[in-house]
Design a protein around this ligand. Structure first.
Ligand SMILES: [Zn+2]
Length: 325
């Protein structure tokens, strides 16, 4: 039976009615705030392409972590900018590496905040690739050995969740194994399961972690943006290997993948609203071309509508301020 019995506009008549029947809402608990740790003291330097986000030395990252906790955001995702880079990526698994120091400081001062660490090597190698290069190609199995070391060192520092970002085959099972063998059975894994080879990461690498590729690209390990079924295979394998949370990255152009993943797998699903997405929105807003507030909310709500449970976003603090108002 259709019109005139059914008039869908009845429930859109005013804001009270629209609120009552709203299917998806943003909650501050859904957000994960990325943080960039750097060496030094007293450093709080805004990342110009990601306004509102900073390079923070360990002392200042603790202040930031307190502010994030006070806003009600439950978790941070930590990246590190190392002092020096080398082919073995040694700072990535150094007890006194930048991420390890930042984790220890945050867990000591703000213990309730969930600390997630990004596990990859690209910030720590001079060529900017995610592991060991052999004959110009990212070697899977020797890179896994380094990933294992990074995983254990982050767990020892006190990370609650480790987040492997390299898209190497078999990394989840290897990480689960070393975590369990080193008595870190309660450290969870959030896998960058369907991470697409995207130009939307450029602002992050150019200005965020300052790790620009010396040669080649990441298309031999990250996914082809044309493939959705393959994304489901990647996610299925990660779940089988022991991932506790799976992720789709980037966000805006990949909501079909998020939707399919949530329909298929009833596991916690994260989405990464990446630097290029943030930079585009901020740039358009800065020249007065869009209503940033409304478009940001529309965008973030679309992630939840598609099925994301957790949203990693450079907008986390902004949206928390609005939601808490
Ligand atoms: Zn990487």
């Amino acid at each position: 039976m259709g019109f005139p019995v059914h008039r869908l506009r009845r429930l859109r008549k005013n804001e009270y009615l629209r609120n009552m029947v709203r299917e998806n809402r943003l909650n501050v608990e859904n957000f994960i705030c990325p943080l960039f740790a750097v060496h030094g003291n007293g450093v709080k330097q805004e990342i110009s392409i990601l306004p509102g986000n900073y390079h923070l030395s360990v002392d200042r990252i603790v202040e930031e972590a307190k502010e994030i906790r006070d806003l009600g955001i439950p978790a941070v995702l930590l990246f590190g900018v190392p002092q020096s880079k080398n082919l073995e990526a040694t700072e990535a698994y150094d007890h006194n590496g930048i991420v390890q120091r930042a984790v220890r400081a945050i867990k000591e001062e703000v213990p309730q905040l969930v600390v997630i660490t990004d596990v990859c090597l690209c910030e720590y190698t001079p060529h900017g690739h995610c592991g060991v290069i052999k004959d110009g190609y990212l070697d899977n199995d020797s890179s896994l050995e380094l990933i294992e070391k990074v995983t254990v060192s982050h767990a020892q520092a006190g990370a609650d969740i480790v987040a492997p970002a390299a898209m190497l085959d078999g990394q989840i099972s290897r990480m689960r194994k070393v975590l369990d063998e080193s008595s870190h059975t309660n450290v969870a894994i959030m896998a960058y399961s369907a991470k697409f080879a995207s130009k939307l990461y450029d602002p992050f690498f150019k200005e965020g972690t300052e790790s620009v590729l010396e040669f080649g690209d990441k298309r031999t390990h990250q996914m082809d943006c044309a493939n959705a079924f393959e994304a489901l295979r990647e996610i299925a394998l990660d779940i089988e290997e022991g991932a506790d949370i799976v992720m789709v990255k980037p966000a805006m152009f990949y909501l079909d993948v998020v939707y399919r993943a949530k329909e298929r797998f009833k596991v916690p699903l994260a989405i990464y609203n990446v630097s290029g997405e943030y930079a585009m929105l901020k740039a358009a807003s800065s020249i007065g071309k869009i209503d940033e507030f409304e478009i940001r909310n529309e965008m973030l709500t679309s992630f939840k509508r598609a099925g994301a449970d957790l949203i990693i976003s450079y907008h986390a603090k902004e949206i928390a301020h609005n939601l808490n108002r």
